[in-house]
Write a protein of this length. Structure first.
Length: 97
């Protein structure tokens, strides 16, 4: 099983540029040529994907989401990190160290 670096507020993330992504009805649909799979993101996942166009810290990412969505800070951070871990496991996310 592959291990990944721990994601913290200081971690800089960026979407994997090798993916083909398009917006459909306000949500992002992606295809990974490496994985041969399609992925669909809901509204919040799509917003996170948009924010990761350029490298961004998880702290800045969650701060932006807190302004745009009605959510508790701890819940936002937990859900965002869980989402990013999922992207990381599918090789849809780059970590800039």
């Amino acid at each position: 099983m592959k291990t990944f670096p721990e994601l913290t507020l200081q971690t800089i993330v960026q979407r994997n540029p090798k993916l083909i992504a398009n917006q459909m009805d306000g949500e992002i649909v992606m295809m990974s040529i490496d994985n041969g799979e399609y992925y669909g993101l809901d509204e919040i996942g799509s917003r996170i994907w948009e924010l990761m166009e350029m490298p961004i810290s998880i702290a800045k990412l969650t701060d932006t989401l807190l302004v745009e969505f009605e959510v508790d800070r701890d819940e936002c951070l937990s859900d965002t990190i869980d989402f990013l871990k999922d992207l990381q496991e599918k090789n849809l996310l780059l970590i800039n160290e």
